[in-house]
Ligand binder design. Structure first.
Ligand code: SAH
Ligand code: SF4
Length: 389
């Protein structure tokens, strides 16, 4: 489908003095902020914070005037000091397979992509970004070719869920039979380099009187930031996914350069110590299938050996190519042979079908193409403005 671009916004818009966004505050922070701003009396703060919380996170309102059980003067005072506005959705695309992708502008020059992947029945997973760009340069990942712009705030992470819920028409927060049933931190960026904001966002998203997506349905994917793994487990109780991609240090160093700092043995030890690991709460190992690089039967056997004793699931990701990438996706037969070895070792259906490739929403394709299109659209607009050059 066509890509819509609004060139009127391509030039820099003036930055409005931004008020703090209530949607990114945990319950405790919300309560404290209301008191500190002098808009709520301390003795009423807990009750007011609960009311506002429900409007924000259960009903998904974007207008203070809808908070009908909050006194009018209080509403006005809160609106004066804070915002609950959504960021701007610059682009929305829907794939033939039902995958949806939103390009969201958090601030001028700060844009992220969020992807909704429908699953069986009504359920589906939202793939959220934690940073704009990434510092880690994994050689098969398009996001890694882009410099880090900045960490996203908790409000900006929560906003991705709110935008998806708006579009899926899923307010007030349903108790069951949800379309947005799971959340994966597998978009742009390394979540463990932004753990404070990721942990706060998870506290907000998992709260029972709000968006209420349980921590068991929230997965954080990391390229292996070993010193942060324990804190991730303790602070979020989220499910863990590890981008492994290779079973020996020599190869993993070329794919995931962070392996030079935290080699496989250290990574595996930290994974085994991940809080609450059990057969009911397994670690997902992601393994991107690169033709002739890591896809031989010997690699599959080495993977089985490496994961022995770890409660694990394996996710084989067919490589999604991008312009200029130095790898090719393994042949389908090779992927199936690799999966068969894992199957025999007891790992069920490990191949992840690529979704949303037609709108560049698949793993590792995020952000870049829209940036490229937008840059070319900007050049076209510049030419139109100065036709003599
Ligand atoms: N930075 C985190 C989370 C985002 S990446 C991490 O690396 O885990 C989400 C997943 O997509 C990772 O497993 C990553 O290795 C994988 N990925 C990146 N580029 C890819 C590509 N071009 N094709 C397939 N998977 C890719
Ligand atoms: Fe960053 Fe993850 Fe891409 Fe590596 S795979 S560059 S850690 S986003």
């Amino acid at each position: 489908m066509g890509v819509t671009l609004d060139l009127s916004r391509a030039s820099a818009t003036p930055i409005a003095p931004s008020k703090p966004n209530l949607a990114g505050m945990t319950r405790a922070e919300l309560q404290a902020a209301l008191v500190e701003a002098g808009v709520v009396r301390p003795e009423k703060a807990k009750m007011r914070a609960s009311q506002i919380w429900r409007w924000l996170h259960h009903y998904g309102v974007t207008d203070f005037d809808r908070m009908s059980d909050v006194a009018k003067e209080t509403r006005a005072a809160v609106a004066e000091a804070f915002t609950i506005a959504r960021p701007e959705v610059v682009e929305r695309q829907v794939s033939r397979d039902g995958t949806r992708k939103w390009l969201i502008r958090m601030a001028p020059g700060v844009e992220v992509e969020t992807v909704y992947i429908p699953d069986v029945g009504r359920a589906g997973a939202l793939c959220v970004s934690s940073q704009v760009g990434c510092t880690l340069n994994c050689t098969f990942c398009h996001t890694g070719t882009q410099a880090l712009v900045r960490n996203l705030t908790a409000a900006e992470i929560v906003a991705q869920v709110q935008v998806a819920r708006d579009d899926l028409d899923e307010w007030p927060s349903p108790k069951e039979d949800r379309r947005l049933s799971n959340i994966v931190f597998m978009g742009m960026g390394e979540p463990l380099y932004n753990l404070d904001n990721v942990a706060a966002a998870i506290d907000i998203i998992a709260d029972n009187e709000g968006i209420a997506i349980s921590r068991r349905r929230i997965t954080v994917s990391t390229s292996g930031v070993v010193p942060e793994l324990k804190a991730l487990g303790e602070r979020t109780q989220a499910m863990l996914a590890i981008s492994l991609h290779a079973t020996n240090d020599a190869l993993r160093e070329t794919l995931v350069p962070l392996n030079k700092k935290y080699p496989i043995a250290e990574l595996m030890a930290a994974i085994k110590a991940y809080p609450q690991l059990s057969n009911a709460k397994r670690v997902t190992f992601e393994y991107v299938m690169l033709k002739g690089v890591n896809d031989s039967p010997a690699d599959a056997k080495a993977l089985v050996k490496l994961l022995a004793g770890v409660p694990a699931k394996i996710n084989l990701i067919p490589f999604n190519p991008w312009p200029g990438s130095q790898y090719e996706c393994s042949d389908w037969g090779t992927i199936e042979a690799f999966a068969a070895i894992l199957n025999r070792a007891g790992y069920a259906s490990p191949i992840r079908t690529p979704r949303g490739r037609d709108i560049l929403a698949a793993c590792g394709q995020l952000k870049s193409e829209s940036e490229k299109l937008r840059a070319s659209a900007r050049r076209a607009a510049a030419r139109a403005e100065s036709p003599s050059t």
